[in-house]
Design a protein around this ligand. Sequence first.
Ligand code: ZN
Length: 263
Amino acid sequence: MDESYKKPKRQLYDNCKLFDPDGKFLSFISKNKLDWYVAKGIVTSISDTEIKLTFYPKGGKKGTPFMDEERPKDNVCVVCGEDDINELRRARIIDVNFKKVFPESIKSYKCDDVIIVCNEDAADVDSCCGQFAKQIFKIYNVNPKDFDEDKLFKQIKILVTNIIKSKGFVTEHTKKKINEYFGYDPTLEQMQEWIKSIQPKVVDGCTSPEELVVKKVIESKQVKEFFNLWKKNFVECMEPDCLQWDFFVDYEDDANVDEIVTS
Ligand SMILES: [Zn+2]
């Protein structure tokens, strides 16, 4: 049998090494995570693949079985420990619709919301994340329904879009509905202009409920708290057995995360 067939397409973890200030081995980390530590300015480089923290970490998960320097074993599902690399993938613990509306400065700083899970657990992680989004809206007092468009308007928009896609094909029934809405018989060009002129519904300067939540998070300087809510939700929901040791580590400069937005 061709052995190359079994080889993983990519390495999920690069097994770079992280040490404490005394040179005590702490954890294997990915190259991305290494770059993240370097960008935060809280490590000194030992080599291209080895870094040393400039402070003693507090709050790291105790007793993780994957901290043995001789056994690089971070290529495991954080939930169940599955270690077949062909069964592993990346997953987000924060709903992507929230993450993507953060300013770039925060997005690159707070990149520790990506975890490794097995394909079997991935769907559960996605669903526990999606469920939590509803709670987040409640916590930040945002009603997604406020962003809903008028029902008839939405329906006409879909009909007109379909007519444009089919280059003007329209059934009599649809034509009647559209003419009623417009009050005249619009040409294809007029319908194209109409679609182009539609502005998204804006509430408090935001075009989506996620954007409004993030706006409130930033204004109330709760960036760190916001990310921790998602982390705690993931832990409560999935009860992971093999969490990365530094999942809940408090970085000293995390206190300043809210300043990054404005600087
Ligand atoms: Zn798993």
